[in-house]
Design a protein around this ligand. Structure first.
Ligand code: ITT
Length: 200
């Protein structure tokens, strides 16, 4: 089965390749460099489908898109769908995580609980022009550290300490992150559907 992965984030591509390779060796993931739609949805789910539908329409192929982010409990649903641009559209990952640390200030445990969320949207175009759509979700609970640590991963990994660990996600070996992460959990929820499509 061949699917287009509708992301321009190379870190996501790398993690997907590792996660998929282990869990669904029969799946080939194709890159996508087509037009990027405006992500103006109000939820992870809406934004994931905006990206997957655009890639399916552009390529005519089965498309997957990942919309993900970090949610801090004392901040309600934030940064949430705004995670990639929390400190501004061009600010970048380091500025984003520094702003989040500053916003939490000296709030202490147990009030620094957080989670990563990932929604993967799957869009399958049919010959008659209709679309088959499916969404899979995964969460990775943890807390926000007081300072950043680690060099692996991307985004907020240096300040996220996953439940069950005493180190940040950026201090975990990539295979450990990819065995536990929100992205791995969402993908696990997607495998039965992809398997069904591959067999059809
Ligand atoms: P695409 O839309 O092209 O896929 P993007 O990076 O803009 O790329 P999102 O809108 O889904 O994608 O934003 C995801 C952001 O959430 C990402 O840039 C990080 O800041 C954060 N994030 C998501 N997964 C993460 C992970 O595994 N580790 C650290 N940060 C993560």
């Amino acid at each position: 089965l061949e699917v287009v992965l509708a992301t321009h984030n190379q870190h996501k591509v790398g993690e997907f390749q590792k996660i998929l390779g282990e869990r669904m060796p029969g799946l080939t993931v194709l890159g996508y460099d087509g037009p990027e739609p405006v992500e103006d949805g109000t939820s992870f789910d809406e934004n994931a489908f905006i990206k997957a539908r655009a890639a399916a329409a552009h390529t005519g192929r089965i498309a997957l898109a990942d919309d993900s982010g970090i949610v801090v409990d004392v901040m309600g649903a934030s940064p949430g769908i705004f995670s990639a641009r929390w400190a501004g559209p061009e600010a970048g990952a380091q500025a984003n995580l520094e702003l989040l640390l500053a916003q939490l200030g000296d709030i202490r445990d147990p009030h620094r609980t957080s989670r990563f969320h990932c929604t993967i949207a799957l869009v399958v175009p049919a010959a008659d022009g209709t679309l088959h759509e499916f969404a899979a979700e995964g969460d990775w609970p943890g807390r926000i550290a007081a300072t950043q640590a680690g060099v692996h991963g991307f985004g907020y990994d240096p300040i996220f300490v996953p439940e069950g660990f005493e180190v940040s996600a950026a201090e975990l070996a990539p295979e450990v992150k990819n065995a536990h992460s929100h992205r791995a959990r969402a993908f696990a929820a997607l495998v039965p559907e992809l398997t069904r499509i591959a067999a059809a």
